[in-house]
Design a protein around this ligand. Structure first.
Ligand code: FAD
Ligand code: SF4
Length: 508
C-alpha cells in the first residue's frame, strides 16, 4: 500500500488536505472507534454518541465514493480499545509506505500518531488543516514579538486579511470593528417571549444503533441520550446553519449574553459541534452571515458579533493552544487546588443558576457561552478549583469539546490560570451579574445581594473572598483597580465573616 490516510473523529471532511492526491488504487482511508477516547475523560454519553454517529455517517460517505477504507467499529470483538494500539496493528498488517493525516486537534493525539509512526518505522506526513482560515504558521507570525496576545488585534487582522465586513476602502463597515457593547442585552421581566425553536435532527438508523451501543458500553457515564438531536452529517449541519441564519441570527447579538430559565438555546446557533467535527466549513458560515447583513435580514451588531466568534475567538483559541502546549495544560497561576464539587456531574445543588446550567448540560451536552463562562466557569474560578480538574470536566461534558478549543477557553478565559496570556483580566463577578443577565435568581433560595448571613449567595460570598485572597496579584492586572477599590468599603469584621463562609463553601 502507498499511503494510509488517517481520519480522526473530528476530521470528517472529505475535502481535507489528507485526501489531496488520494488514489483509490494505491491508498486507503483508516478510521477507528476506540473506547479510550471516551474514557480518558469521563465523557458525556451525548459527546460519545455524536462522535460515533458522525464517524459512521462519514464512513458510509467514503464507501459511497468507492474509496477503500479500514474502519474498526467499537463493537468489533477484535477492537483493541486504544487509538495507538489499533493504528500500530493496522500499520503492521497493511505495511503502508506512508501515513498521512491532517493536523490533529489535540496535542496528545498528535503524540500518539508520532509514536506509532516511529514504532512502525513509517513516515508520518502531517498536512495543514485547511478547515481553519488562519494557518498555525500565520498565528505564530502574529504572536511573535508581541508581549501579550489579545483577541481583538488578531480579529482585526483576520477581518482585513479575509475582507470580511469591510467597505471599499478596507475600513470596517459601520465605522468600528466591534459592536460588543450592543451585545449585552438581557430580557425584560416578562421573559424572551416566543423563541424560534431550532431545527432538530431526530436519530436515524445509524444514530439509533450508536445510542444503543453507548448506553450498553458506557452506562455509568454522565448525561442522557433521550433528547439527542444534533446534526451528524454535512447535509444536516447545512440545514442547521440555514435555520440559524433565518430565525435566530437577527437577535443573536442583542441577547448573546442573556440567560433564561428552561431556555437552553435562546438565539444561539448550536453550530459548534458541526464546526468542530468539520461537518461545516467556517467560510460558508461567515459568508451566509455576511450576506444576511448585506441583504438587510440581520443588523450589523448581530452579524459582526457572530462573525467575531467564528473568525475571532474560534481561530484565536486554536492559535493560543498550539502556541503554548504542552505547558499550557499545567497552568495554575492562582494556585487553585480545590477539588471539583461532585454536583458538577449531577446538577444536584440549591443554586438555581448552577442547577439550570448543569441540568441542561446533562440533558443535551450543551450550554451557551455565558452559562459556561459566567456560571459554571465563574463558580469554579471563585471557589478555587484545580484548573486541570475543571478542564477535564469541560472536555468531558460538552458535545463540542475538542481540546484545541476547550482548553484555552477554560484555562485562559474562564479560570485565568495562565495569568493573562490570552485575555486581559479574570472574568469575575458576584451573583448580581447573574441576576442582571437572567431570571435565575428570582427562583433561587439565595439572595445575590448578600455576601454573608442567611441565604447569602455563594457567588457573592466567593466573589469577595476571591478579591481578598488574590488582592496583591490582582493589583498587577490592568483594569482591576475599580473592583479592588471596593474592598476598602468592607469592615474587618465583615471580611472575616465572608472568609469564614467561603471556607465552608470550599469544604462542602
Ligand atoms: P454561538 O453562541 O452560536 O456562537 C457561534 C460560534 O462561535 C460557536 O458555534 C463557536 O464555534 C464559536 N465560538 C463562540 N465563542 C467561542 C469561543 N470562546 N471560543 C471558540 N469558539 C467560539 N467551544 C467549543 O466549540 N468547544 C468547547 O469545548 C468549548 N468549551 C468552552 C469552555 C468554556 C469555559 C467557555 C467559556 C467557552 C467554551 N467554548 C467552547 C466556547 C463557546 O462557549 C461555545 O463555542 C458555544 O457556547 C457553542 O454554542 P453555539 O454553537 O450555540 O455558539
Ligand atoms: Fe445563582 Fe446566587 Fe442567583 Fe442563586 S442567587 S441563582 S446562586 S447567582
Amino acid at each position: 500500500m502507498r499511503s494510509l490516510i488517517v481520519v480522526l473523529g473530528d476530521q470528517l471532511d472529505p475535502e481535507s488536505s489528507a485526501f489531496d492526491g488520494f488514489d483509490a488504487r494505491h491508498d486507503a482511508v483508516w478510521m477507528a472507534e476506540v473506547a479510550s477516547e471516551s474514557t480518558h475523560v469521563w465523557s458525556h454519553k451525548a459527546r460519545i454518541a455524536i462522535f460515533l454517529s458522525a464517524m459512521r455517517h462519514f464512513h458510509q460517505s467514503i464507501v459511497d465514493r468507492g474509496y477503500p477504507i479500514h474502519y474498526r467499529r467499537l463493537d468489533d470483538p477484535r477492537n483493541l480499545g486504544d487509538l495507538g494500539a489499533e493504528l500500530t496493528a493496522s500499520c503492521r498488517a497493511l505495511a503502508p509506505r506512508k501515513i498521512i493525516v491532517s493536523e490533529p486537534g489535540e496535542y496528545r493525539v498528535r503524540q500518539i500518531l508520532e509514536s506509532v509512526a516511529a514504532a512502525c518505522d513509517v513516515p508520518l506526513e502531517v498536512r495543514i488543516d485547511r478547515h481553519f482560515l488562519s494557518p498555525l504558521e500565520d498565528f505564530r507570525a502574529h504572536a511573535s514579538g508581541l508581549k501579550q496576545l489579545r483577541m481583538e488585534f488578531f480579529y482585526r487582522e483576520m477581518r482585513s486579511r479575509h475582507r470580511i465586513l469591510l467597505d471599499v476602502k478596507g475600513k470596517p463597515i459601520g465605522g468600528k470593528w466591534n459592536f460588543d457593547e450592543e451585545n449585552r442585552g438581557s430580557f425584560p421581566k416578562s421573559g424572551p417571549g416566543l423563541l424560534p425553536a431550532p431545527t432538530t435532527f431526530p436519530p436515524d438508523a445509524i444514530t439509533d444503533e450508536v445510542i444503543q451501543l453507548v448506553n450498553e458500553r458506557f452506562p455509568g457515564h454522565p448525561g442522557k441520550l433521550a433528547r439527542f438531536d444534533w446534526p451528524v452529517t454535512p447535509a444536516e449541519a447545512a440545514q442547521a446553519l440555514d435555520d440559524f441564519i433565518t430565525h435566530r441570527l437577527p437577535l443573536f447579538g442583542q441577547f448573546q449574553d442573556a440567560m433564561w430559565t428552561d431556555q437552553p438555546h435562546l438565539y444561539h446557533s448550536r453550530l459548534s459541534s458541526s464546526l468542530n467535527l468539520k461537518l461545516l466549513n467556517p467560510r460558508m458560515v461567515i459568508e451566509r452571515a455576511e450576506k444576511a447583513y448585506l441583504e438587510g435580514h440581520a443588523p450589523l451588531a448581530s452579524v459582526e458579533g457572530f462573525i467575531r466568534q467564528i473568525i475571532g475567538w474560534r481561530e484565536y483559541v486554536r492559535g493560543v493552544y498550539w502556541q503554548f502546549m504542552p505547558d499550557y495544560l499545567e497552568s495554575n497561576v492562582l494556585e487553585a487546588h480545590v477539588p471539583l464539587p461532585s454536583f458538577y456531574w449531577t446538577g444536584d445543588t440549591d443554586m438555581a443558576c448552577m442547577r439550570q446550567s448543569l441540568g441542561q448540560t446533562l440533558d443535551f451536552g450543551y450550554a451557551h457561552h455565558i452559562q459556561r463562562l459566567m456560571v459554571t466557569g465563574l463558580y469554579s474560578l471563585l471557589l478555587g478549583v484545580e484548573p486541570r480538574a475543571i478542564h477535564e470536566w469541560y472536555l468531558a461534558i460538552y458535545i463540542d469539546a475538542v481540546e484545541w478549543v476547550e482548553l484555552p477557553n477554560v484555562i485562559g478565559m474562564s479560570q485565568f490560570a495562565d495569568g493573562g496570556r490570552m485575555s486581559t483580566k479574570p472574568y469575575i463577578a458576584s451573583g448580581k451579574y447573574i441576576q442582571r443577565m437572567s431570571n435565575y435568581c428570582s427562583r433561587c433560595r439565595y439572595d445575590p445581594a448578600k455576601s454573608s448571613g442567611e441565604n447569602a449567595c455563594p457567588f457573592t460570598t466567593l466573589y469577595w473572598d476571591f478579591l481578598f485572597r488574590h488582592e496583591t496579584f490582582l493589583y498587577t492586572v490592568p483594569r482591576m483597580e475599580m473592583q479592588l477599590r471596593n474592598i476598602t468599603r468592607i469592615s474587618v469584621a465583615d471580611k472575616a465573616t465572608i472568609k469564614g463562609n467561603a471556607s465552608l463553601l470550599r469544604s462542602e
